[in-house]
Design a protein around this ligand. Structure first.
Ligand SMILES: Cc1cc2nc3c(=O)[nH]c(=O)nc-3n(C[C@H](O)[C@H](O)[C@H](O)COP(=O)(O)OP(=O)(O)OC[C@H]3O[C@@H](n4cnc5c(N)ncnc54)[C@H](O)[C@@H]3O)c2cc1C
Length: 459
């Protein structure tokens, strides 16, 4: 709790999630006096209700699939079942360990924590319970919440990701409304745990923001895994009783299941926090900023999910670090959404960075692309995964987009991100030697092909 007699600081951060705590740590490193206000748990959505617990479930799902499939490669295994309370203990243990570590980091950095719900009460002050905390700069990082649709009331058998992470049993069947990142990740977990899953998506494809090649490959893989999905299908209404839920789609088709997950996106957590009354510009809940993350009030910044754009923890980290350095007058480079890597951790994993082919054509007119199929990649063959690595380059120019699907592809997004952010040419990447047999070779092979010297590919 507060140790500063007059409760005045260089920086007051509202919200201790990915964006907020990254900002606090960097600002403290830079010698600023920092206060952070958190009403729930330090670490926010990512640590407690997002990235980390979902990825723990996805790892348990992967182990379940491996147990199921062991016999196909001569390892005698059977899957006896899923003990959800043990899975939850494992998941909660991972979260608890990271939470403890983060609390230690914040404490040793000398950051002053204020516990409670904060409210912006002046352009330089946040009120927390009875305490007024003032700052030369205020950083808003209150994050986001799971949205629902009109007519889709939460409660009972209808849940968001928050409740889905705390289920004590594996549902027999689930209808997932929304086929983007969160919907596909939960669909993948539950299918691996043995549930029947149907995804309902209003747009023409699953993971609709990705390059179409990834959406189509994911749809093929989900079909093979017997995950049902209905595309171009809009939710109309839902009823629930003791047996389950019935979802009616526009056009009259119905889907029944034991539970319903609503995964239709996240809205900004900004209502009734004093932002608008202190003159901060808010657009449909989002706090708008310039590229330097400054709001219309010069001393107030906004970061993370609260700022319109990609809702990703590492974007929040990058925003937080950027704002701390901006306040310390270090003139950092702005964080550009399109160059932030994106991963959907379902099976198979979807990973990308930069422009889709369609976006690149709109921006540059002429582009070259190459799709390397993982059937030619030794490590992928050993793992039994199908997939693709696609590169998009500006005509005779740098690689502006990398799009990958297949088991473990998320681990390759680091190299993909370096390629796009350093504006590498395929000829540059082709010079790098990729270890054999690894899945990273797929990126190397795609670059070799695009540089006009394909190796394990029919010319
Ligand atoms: C199911 C799920 C899975 C996800 N998986 C991934 C993933 O794999 N990778 C990835 O990059 N991203 C993932 N995300 C997104 C990621 O969690 C968010 O992008 C990230 O947490 C945003 O950070 P933030 O700091 O902006 O907000 P948050 O993490 O939401 O933090 C905001 C904090 O502010 C606090 N707060 C709000 N209002 C107040 C107030 N008035 N006073 C005091 N405190 C307040 C909240 O309690 C919270 O701790 C996932 C999200 C979900 C829901």
């Amino acid at each position: 709790m507060a140790d500063n007699a007059d409760n005045s600081f260089d920086v007051v951060i509202l919200g201790g999630g990915s964006g907020g705590y990254a900002c606090a740590l960097r600002a403290a490193q830079l010698g600023l006096r920092v206060a952070m206000v958190e009403k729930d748990k330090l670490g926010g959505t990512c640590l407690h209700r997002g990235c980390i617990p979902t990825k723990a479930l996805l790892h348990a799902a992967e182990v379940a699939d491996e147990a199921r499939e062991g016999n196909s490669i001569g390892v005698k295994t059977t899957l006896d079942g899923i003990d959800m309370s043990a899975v939850n203990s494992y998941k909660d243990g991972v979260v608890a360990g990271l939470y403890k570590g983060l609390q230690g980091l914040i404490k040793s950095a000398g950051i002053t924590m204020f516990e409670g719900e904060g409210r912006l009460v002046a352009t330089d002050a946040v009120q927390v319970n009875e305490t007024r905390v003032t700052g030369k700069h205020v950083v808003l990082g209150t994050g986001s919440y799971a949205r629902t649709l009109p007519g889709l009331d939460l409660g009972g058998r209808v849940m968001t990701s928050d409740q889905a992470l705390t289920l004590n049993d594996v549902p027999r069947s689930v209808v997932v409304i929304g086929g983007s990142v969160i919907g596909c990740e939960f669909a993948s977990v539950w299918r691996s745990f043995g549930a029947d899953v149907t995804i309902v998506e209003a747009l023409p494809h699953l993971v609709p923001l990705e390059d179409q090649v990834l959406s189509k490959q994911l749809e093929r893989a989900f079909r093979k895994r017997k995950i049902d999905f209905l595309l171009k299908s809009r939710f109309s209404e839902l009823s629930q009783d003791d047996d389950g839920v019935t979802v009616t789609l526009e056009g009259g088709k119905t889907v029944t299941a034991e539970m319903c997950l609503v995964a239709v996106g996240r809205g900004a957590s900004s209502s009734d926090l004093g932002f608008e009354s202190q003159g901060v510009h808010v657009d449909r809940g989002w706090v708008t900023t310039d590229e330097r993350l400054r709001t219309n009030i010069p001393t107030i910044f906004a970061i993370g999910d609260l700022v319109p754009g990609l809702q990703l923890a590492h974007r929040g980290f990058a925003h937080g670090i950027f704002v701390a350095e901006e306040i310390a007058d270090q003139k950092p480079m702005p964080v550009v959404d399109i160059n932030i890597p994106r991963v959907t951790y379902c099976d198979p994993e979807v990973a990308s960075v930069g422009l889709t082919e369609e976006q690149a054509r709109t921006k540059y007119g002429d582009v070259d692309t190459f799709e390397y199929n993982l059937t030619g990649n030794g490590r992928s063959k050993i793992l039994g995964t199908a997939g693709v690595v696609k590169l998009v380059r500006e005509k005779d120019g740098p690689i502006v987009g990398v799009h990958m699907i297949g088991s473990r592809m998320g681990e390759q997004v680091g190299e993909a991100s370096l390629i796009v952010n350093w504006e590498a040419y395929p000829e540059d990447v082709a010079q790098f030697v990729h270890a054999h047999p690894t899945q990273t070779e797929a990126l190397g092979e795609a670059a070799l092909a695009l540089a006009g010297k394909p190796l394990h590919v029919h010319a």
